[in-house]
Design a protein around this ligand. Structure first.
Ligand SMILES: [Zn+2]
Length: 190
């Protein structure tokens, strides 16, 4: 019997889903922001290094294109896969953009109290803006694609009442003691 149950569990789609705690969202937004900071620093330091080593302008261009068009959106998508919540992907990508621009502004002029509005335009290339938005849209898509494996939610959701979310462990009456709704049992529930 235990064997049969185990087999059912591994065959069921739901049992393969890894649930990510919904409480993590503030940290996730921080990670999106830090992706922008990291992208900005990488771009700045990489360009410096390339100039120091006497690389050709073409190499410099290739480096910028790869960093902005592939690495930056790629990191946004990876963050989306780590915490796959569709609604958080685009705001997250905008935070990446903010992190990128703020870091660039600090690198241009660390005396932030002297910043003028024109500095924003200097720090924020339109291609970076497009890269972050596209990254956010791809991250939304990635959230949908991975939903069969990773999901933001409570791991014990299937043990709760579908109507009021009361935890139904050990309830054998067929109705929810909290709201009276009929309990629909999944086949792998006790
Ligand atoms: Zn209920």
């Amino acid at each position: 019997m235990a064997m049969a149950e185990g087999t059912t569990l591994t065959r069921d789609t739901d049992s393969r889903v890894r649930f990510i705690s919904p409480a993590m969202w503030p940290w996730v937004l921080l990670v999106y922001f830090l992706v922008g900071v990291a992208g900005s620093v990488l771009l700045d330091q990489g360009q410096r290094l390339l100039i120091q080593t006497g690389a050709t302008p073409r190499t410099g261009t290739v480096f910028v294109v790869i960093t902005v068009n592939i690495i930056l959106p790629g990191l946004i998508v990876l963050t989306g896969l780590w915490y796959p919540r569709v609604l958080l992907a685009l705001p997250g990508a905008i935070l990446t953009l903010v992190g990128f621009a703020l870091t660039k502004m600090l690198l241009l002029d660390w005396q932030f109290w002297k910043w003028k509005p024109a500095l924003v335009g200097q720090a924020l290339h339109p291609i970076v803006l497009v890269a972050c938005i596209v990254g956010g849209l791809f991250a939304m898509l990635a959230c949908v694609v991975i939903s069969g494996r990773r999901r933001v939610g409570l791991a014990d959701k299937r043990l709760r009442c579908k109507k009021c979310e009361y935890l139904l462990v050990g309830v054998n009456t067929g109705v929810c003691p909290e709201c009276g709704a009929a309990i629909v049992r999944s086949r792998f529930d006790d």
